[in-house]
Design a protein around this ligand. Structure first.
Ligand code: SF4
Length: 316
């Protein structure tokens, strides 16, 4: 399925990264244990090689090679699970997240059969679709349909800003839902599935005031939505990935949302400084893209100002 699989470990932080390559594509998957695989295993896998969304904090934001097939997606998960040495049925919690690289809603031809297979293989695993909300055809109706058919599917929207203007700068892909439409689609999904969607927000210096939290609470009702606040990571290798300032921003903004009635989790991924384990870092993918310019075509993000930590943010 893949020609080569490279592992980069950070045993101290309980995280490993796997870089899958072949002539026409690269993918990354990250495997976390909390504190051991039997208690809780989390796998973030890729749905595309590169990404057309162009997010300015993301290591895949400058290029797109191609969508991955269902087999290529499932193979990343199978490899990670084999590496744990624990039988999936013996894991108390197994979470598989489609959020490493690629926009899942732009690759439903790969994602939906991958979800069906993963559900058949690991029936108790949580399967989380994390989307930046492209507005393409009937993609959202298809997501609702698979989420009704597969009761372990969860849905998270990468919101990241409290106004559409700021979000347009961060995510240059044009055909995407505005914040109000995201709020409506999430409520629709909640009604169809009986489950709560998440919105994901990366707190930075310019989007973490009380007014930002209040705007979000007006859009995303706390009785419908849960909140994830992510710590921003630096996409360039060699720069410090995160610092205490970013962590304080994330926890401080999380507290504001808690005060407005949200159920909040703060996401501070392990391995950011050592193996590029955080949101959007994708160091090895960037290296592959530079070495394979014939496969990695420039995306809409190429050449636009990047967002760097600690001043600003990060899909997760
Ligand atoms: S953050 Fe996610 S949606 Fe945005 S460019 Fe990166 S992989 Fe694509």
């Amino acid at each position: 399925m893949w020609n080569s699989i490279r592992e980069i470990q950070d045993p101290a932080q309980n995280v490993s990264k796997f870089v899958f390559t072949k002539d026409t594509a690269v993918a990354e998957a990250v495997l976390y244990r909390y504190p051991d695989y039997a208690t809780r295993t989390v796998i973030c896998c890729s749905t595309m090689s590169g990404c057309p969304m162009g997010c300015r904090f993301c290591g895949a934001g400058d290029f797109f090679a191609r969508s991955l097939s269902a087999e290529e997606i499932v193979a990343q998960v199978e490899h990670c699970i084999a590496e744990t040495g624990v039988a999936p049925a013996e894991m108390k919690r197994l979470q598989i997240m489609f959020m490493s690289m690629g926009e899942p809603l732009l690759n439903l031809a790969g994602l939906i059969p991958a979800i069906e297979r993963l559900y058949a293989m690991y029936p108790s695993a949580a399967l989380l679709i994390s989307t930046s909300a492209p507005d393409i055809g009937k993609a959202f109706a298809d997501v609702v349909d698979i989420s009704v058919r597969v009761p372990t599917v969860g849905l998270q929207f990468s919101v990241h800003e409290s106004t559409d203007e700021a979000r347009d700068k961060l995510i240059p892909f044009q055909r995407k839902l505005g914040l109000w439409d995201i709020a409506l689609r999430g409520a629709e999904w909640a009604q169809a599935t009986g489950r709560r969607p998440f919105f994901n927000y990366c707190a930075h210096d310019e989007n973490s005031a009380d007014i930002d939290a209040e705007r979000l609470a007006k859009l995303f009702h706390p009785t419908v939505w849960n909140a994830t606040v992510s710590v921003v990571c630096e996409r360039s290798e060699g720069l410090p990935a995160t610092n205490e300032h970013q962590r304080r921003l994330a926890t401080g903004f999380g507290d504001k949302l808690l005060g407005l009635g949200f159920d909040v989790r703060v996401f501070d991924p392990a391995g950011q400084d050592t193996i590029g384990g955080g949101c959007g870092q994708l160091w090895f993918v960037q290296e592959w893209a530079n070495q394979n310019p014939d496969q990695a075509r420039r995306s809409i993000g190429f050449g636009r100002p990047e967002v760097h930590a600690p001043v600003a943010t990060a899909h997760a």
